[in-house]
Design a protein around this ligand. Structure first.
Ligand SMILES: *[C@@H]1O[C@H](CO)[C@@H](O)[C@H](O)[C@H]1NC(C)=O
Ligand SMILES: *[C@@H]1O[C@H](CO)[C@@H](O)[C@H](O)[C@H]1NC(C)=O
Ligand SMILES: *[C@@H]1O[C@H](CO)[C@@H](O)[C@H](O)[C@H]1NC(C)=O
Ligand SMILES: *[C@@H]1O[C@H](CO)[C@@H](O)[C@H](O)[C@H]1NC(C)=O
Length: 704
């Protein structure tokens, strides 16, 4: 017995000595290498972008299938297990459109040609005809005629202003401008106000710049430029709400989709700045408020109704098409069943040089750098999965179907999901995340050089130029993180350089725009790949998951205090919520202490299985705590959204709301002001309090 123990001890000692002598460099060596200049490649990233954006490649098109093969072969060449996951989903394309304006009964009608113009020397002139005619995906088909009303940004409050001005919107066609809320909500709000149709234009005040120059001479949207996009407000394939669109699966009929409430019930069309201005000249009535006006040299905007009348005719076709997600996997060496997931979409409304293929180029750059690390001996501790989604533009379809299909495995194994949609629209770093990732994002930004100023880090630039808060939140449905975070409860982040850009979703979002205005040296794009990959590497390699739940507790405390003030006179008690927040703050401290203890007790003993189990168990608690913020039943208004802390705002799908259940209930109660409606507010407070408490139980890892 003794001899065996001694022998075992000796064997272990010898093995440890051997490991020490010949151990590979620490993971941090590879992480520094990953972001070093020797691995960064602005030439190859620009080539990826050029190749991916040679033709327009909307979801379901042959060009997008070609782009998918390019991504697949690039990932495969990086020694990844890469494959395509296809789904059959309902996509929407324009069939016919016409728009005619009769300014006054005595004037001749104006027939709009609804075309985005190519310019002299446009290198994409040869493929411009492959760009889809301008339209709103899933818009209602129909033919309507109505006097025009101008509704500013088409928000709920804009209709309140119109009402105060005595403008009756019923039976009219609304003209609204892009720029503040999700276009689907612009159309929905017009419908709610009684309009029979909606036109949404790009005002040069918002997208046209101050001067008289535009693309290709400047970054601004040309007068004929149109922002197309989806007006669908559900999640994933409209015909398979909540389940995956696999071949032969159960499917709702198109008629059922049309009456589901997730697609607008009136026809709509996006139009150019020039056409919007022509229409505005035909609208009389009262002068609109100052902040409803356009730029200095625009005509004076009035609200109508009329005298201008439009005839709007739109026919769309809805068809079941095949979409393709491309998935690349680098299997983890020690914990292959823990997933760090990176995602970006590939489908574009037009050429997609910014949206989304700057992100795809960054994804491929990350893949290539990871391959270079592998050739130098690196292997990830956990599995890294690179995902290139399809049909994001239509309604986050590719990512949602995949997340729905793999829900259980993701729920039990996904460590985090890190998204990049538009990687670069200009200068300046931006990030949004669930709060336990805040520290990690800041640290990564401290390690990478600012691409626009080599004497500082991204972090220094970020802090200097950011209005508070530094890190945004992910309640909106602006990109593919939605299914992971809001449906399943996977910690998530989204990063980019730049904010909005004028040629968004127009024919001018091409490589020329990127090369001239977005990222002339492709160094911002390289920097996104550096931060993205570094965050992934740390999540995949660090023994302890770099999560800090203190930021979560701190943040929800602040938000709960704000909400409490909002309804202070309604007899609602927030104490259950505050108590649960106190618990999660304690749990966050406890788990941080436990992490320290295990680390300190290490050394030789790290060889012991027992110790590895402890680390694993602690990491599982860190990973699973986010799931506890989701509720099986989901939000009352939108049950697919399970997360009780972050969800899309009620009147703007792109906007993020905190405590959406409470927020909705308060809005309803303020309208109804009945005791039942205020009881519902109290119920929602309890519901969030329970979720927060569940999260602290998970962090503590002890049954009651
Ligand atoms: C608005 O106009 C519609 C139809 O023209 C009419 O039925 C309705 O009563 C009007 N509403 C108000 C508040 O005037
Ligand atoms: C969008 O979602 C909301 C529910 O949050 C629903 O009330 C609305 O009717 C939906 N549809 C559209 C087209 O916006
Ligand atoms: C570059 O960064 C340094 C160090 O933070 C700062 O002092 C300098 O003003 C920056 N330069 C520009 C052009 O912003
Ligand atoms: C890459 O960066 C270098 C300088 O850092 C620059 O000279 C070169 O033009 C860039 N390449 C591309 C394709 O932008």
């Amino acid at each position: 017995m003794l001899t065996t123990t001694a022998a075992t001890f000796l064997a272990i000692a010898a093995a440890s000595f051997f490991v020490l002598l010949f151990s590979p460099p620490p993971k941090s060596y590879y992480h520094s290498l990953f972001i070093s200049n020797s691995l960064c490649d602005n030439i190859s990233i620009s080539r990826h972008l050029y190749t991916l954006t040679r033709r327009p490649h909307v979801a379901g098109s042959e060009a997008n299938a070609e782009a998918a093969s390019y991504v697949l072969s690039t990932l495969s060449a990086c020694n990844m297990e890469a494959h395509v996951v296809s789904y059959e989903v309902l996509l929407s394309y324009p069939d016919s459109r016409s728009l005619t304006l009769t300014p006054t009964p005595s004037e001749l009608p104006v027939i709009f040609d609804l075309k985005q113009e190519i310019y002299e020397g446009d290198p994409y002139a040869d493929v411009a005809r492959e760009v889809l005619p301008t339209f709103h995906a899933y818009a209602k088909s129909g033919s309507v005629t109505g006097r025009l009303v101008y509704a500013n940004y088409g928000r709920v409050e804009d209709y309140e202003t119109l009402k105060e001005m005595g403008v009756n919107v019923t039976g009219t066609v609304v003209l609204a401008r892009y720029g503040e809320i999700y276009r689907g909500d612009i159309v929905m709000n017009a419908f709610d106000a009684g309009a029979v149709g909606a036109l949404v234009y790009t005002d040069r005040k918002d997208y046209g710049g101050a001067g008289a120059k535009w693309f290709p001479d400047d970054k601004w949207m040309p007068p004929s430029g149109v922002q197309v996009g989806s007006v669908y407000n559900g999640s994933g394939d409209p015909t398979t709400p909540g389940w995956a669109s696999t071949e032969g699966c159960e499917r709702m009929s198109v008629e059922a989709v049309e009456s589901s409430g997730d697609v607008p019930l009136i026809p709509s069309l996006p139009i150019s700045g020039a056409d919007g201005e022509t229409i505005l000249r035909s609208i009389g009535g009262q002068i609109a408020k100052d902040d409803w006006q356009g730029s200095k040299d625009s005509p004076t905007y009035r609200v109508g109704p009329g005298p201008g009348v439009v005839d709007l005719d739109y026919k769309g076709k809805q068809i079941i098409a095949t979409i393709e997600n491309v998935i690349g996997v680098i299997e983890g060496e020690e914990e292959p069943d823990r997933f760090v997931i990176l995602g970006n979409h590939r489908d574009a409304w037009t050429f997609g040089a910014v949206d989304p293929n700057s992100g795809t180029a960054a994804l491929l750059e990350v893949a290539q750098r990871l391959w270079k690390l592998q050739r130098k001996g690196w292997k990830p501790r956990r599995t890294i999965i690179l995902c290139n989604w399809d049909a994001e533009e239509y309604g986050l379809i590719g990512s949602t179907e995949w997340a729905e299909e793999n829900r259980e495995l993701l729920a039990s194994r996904a460590v985090a999901y890190i998204n990049v949609d538009c990687a670069v629209t200009g200068a300046g770093f931006h990030a949004s995340a669930t709060p336990q990732l805040d520290d990690l994002l800041k640290q990564a930004a401290q390690q990478v050089q600012d691409p626009d100023n080599s004497s500082q880090t991204i972090y220094e630039q970020w802090v200097r130029s950011s209005s508070s808060p530094l890190i945004g939140r992910l309640g909106g449905t602006g990109s593919d993180y939605a299914a992971f975070l809001q449906h399943i409860g996977v910690p998530a982040a989204d990063i980019r350089f730049g904010t909005g850009y004028p040629v968004y979703h127009s024919m001018y979002d091409d490589y020329t725009w990127m090369e001239k205005f977005g990222d002339p040296l492709f160094r911002r794009n390289v920097a996104v790949a550096s931060v993205w990959g570094l965050v992934a590497l740390r999540l995949a390699d660090e023994e302890f998951l770099p999560f800090n739940y203190h930021s979560y507790a701190f943040e929800i405390q602040k938000l709960a205090e704000d909400l409490e003030k909002e309804v202070s006179d309604k007899g609602i008690t927030f104490s259950p919520l505050f108590e649960s927040i106190e618990e999660i703050a304690k749990a966050a401290s406890t788990i941080n202490d436990q992490k320290k203890e295990i680390k300190e007790a290490k050394g030789w003993t790290s060889m012991w299985r027992n110790d590895r189990n402890k680390v694993r168990e602690l990491n599982d608690r860190l990973m699973m705590a986010e799931r506890a913020f989701t509720d099986r039943d989901g939000l009352l208004r939108v049950p697919w959204h399970k997360h009780l802390i972050y969800a899309p705002s009620r009147h703007d799908d792109y906007g993020s709301t905190t405590f959406p259940g409470i927020d909705d209930a308060i809005e309803t109660a303020k309208n109804l002001n009945t005791s039942e409606s205020w009881d519902l507010v109290q119920h929602e407070v309890w519901r969030v309090a329970r979720a927060v408490r569940h999260a602290s139980l998970v962090l503590n890892g002890k049954l009651t």
